[in-house]
Ligand binder design. Structure first.
Ligand code: PMP
Length: 359
């Protein structure tokens, strides 16, 4: 029986996508060949790349002067690649430190120029999104992690600034509309809302490239991939194919507005139960910052010894992946696009039966 998959990533994908992907491994488009054994330069795969591109441009209203790239190396490689390509040695970039992924992005960027941490919620274990901080006008860019997968916080409005932004959207891309024109660059590992691990999406304003003085190795220069339509070397063929199938599914299911509505309903349901149920408490201090993708919660004071009991009830109800990240503890319910509300209802029932049993 298929489990309710609350994993933070790699994460749930739509069932029809699994079925179509499995079929393509056996026989891709009736070619008599598997998707795993065809050339990345074959017309059949070029068509997949093109369709994925068109779908992303359409779903996110990506302006014409932006390129869409599929790279490798995960979002973690974007931590340094963004700075290497956009931050000159004598220039300054601003970072908002909202979680360990932001902290890692800051560390990597420091090798390339001056990094100013404009605001940080680190002293409070990243339990909120900083607000009201000043953004100097002379920055090359401002980097934000739009959704903090580990801590369950999310920027609900973008910082007020005319400085272009760089956004790590690994865990909330395609979950809600985004004004791409506010960003010089957006990056996201595929393995949450887009597809399997192995592809990294980059959306970059082409004019922002080629401005830094340093030498950039060919593979790490975005311009290489812009020029060669993400096929300078062998791209991650299968993750791109599965991503394209997921993007098709998003479009067929009402596009981003429909995803946003569905995600809001799921988030409302879980947070209502976290707030109602005396056995639990949410970890995010300002409810306005609560992520629609990752709901984090812990056992209420005096109930901490019941951790294993709750995990066992989750297991018995086929709810998988509810354990919190090791740096926060407690529980985390990740509810990406492909999760139906019925799965969140199943978890809410577990929380209620836990209360009846141990409350
Ligand atoms: N940024 C965010 C917000 C993440 O959640 C993650 C982990 N999935 C990463 C970056 C790192 O991604 P990757 O494992 O693809 O390098």
């Amino acid at each position: 029986m298929k489990k309710h998959n609350f994993s933070s990533g790699p994460a749930i994908l739509p069932l029809p996508v699994f079925e179509q992907a499995a079929e393509a491994v056996r026989d891709f488009n009736g070619m008599g060949l598997s998707i795993l054994e065809i050339s990345h330069r074959s017309p059949e795969f070029t068509a997949v790349m093109e369709e994925a591109n068109v779908l992303i441009r359409d779903l996110l209203n990506v302006p014409d002067d932006y390129a869409i790239l599929f790279l490798q190396g995960g979002a973690s490689s974007q931590f340094f690649m963004t700075a290497m390509n956009l931050l000159d040695q004598d220039a300054k970039a601003g970072y908002i430190d909202t979680g360990s992924w932001s902290t890692k992005a800051i560390k990597e960027a420091q090798a390339f120029g001056t990094v100013e941490t404009l605001a940080s919620s680190k002293p409070d274990n990243f339990t909120y999104i900083p607000k009201g901080f000043a953004i100097p006008e002379d920055l090359a860019y401002v980097h934000i992690t739009t959704n903090n997968t580990i801590y369950g916080t999310q920027f609900k409005t973008l910082p007020e600034t005319s400085v272009p932004m760089v956004g790590d959207m690994s865990s909330d891309i395609f979950s809600q509309p985004v004004d791409v024109s506010r960003f010089d660059l957006i990056y996201a590992g595929a393995q949450k809302n887009m597809g399997p691990a192995g592809a990294t999406l980059v959306i970059v304003r082409k004019e922002a490239l080629g401005k830094v003085k340093r030498h950039i190795p060919t593979m790490l220069d975005y311009r290489t991939h812009v020029k060669k339509d993400s096929a300078f070397n062998t791209p991650p063929v299968f993750p791109i194919y599965v991503s394209m199938l997921t993007l098709r599914w998003i479009k067929a299911n009402g596009g981003i507005p429909a995803m946003q509505q569905k995600n809001a309903a799921k988030a409302e349901l879980i947070y209502r139960e976290i707030d109602r149920n005396p056995m639990f408490k949410g970890t995010v201090t300002d409810p306005a910052d609560r992520s629609t993708m990752n709901a984090t919660f812990v056992l209420a004071e005096g109930k901490e010894h019941l951790n294993d009991e709750f995990m066992q009830l989750c297991k018995a109800a086929n709810c998988s992946g509810v354990k919190g990240h090791r740096s926060v503890g407690g529980f985390r319910a990740s509810m990406y696009n492909a999760m139906e509300i019925e799965s969140v209802q199943a978890l809410v029932q577990v929380m209620q039966s836990f209360e009846r049993k141990f409350g």
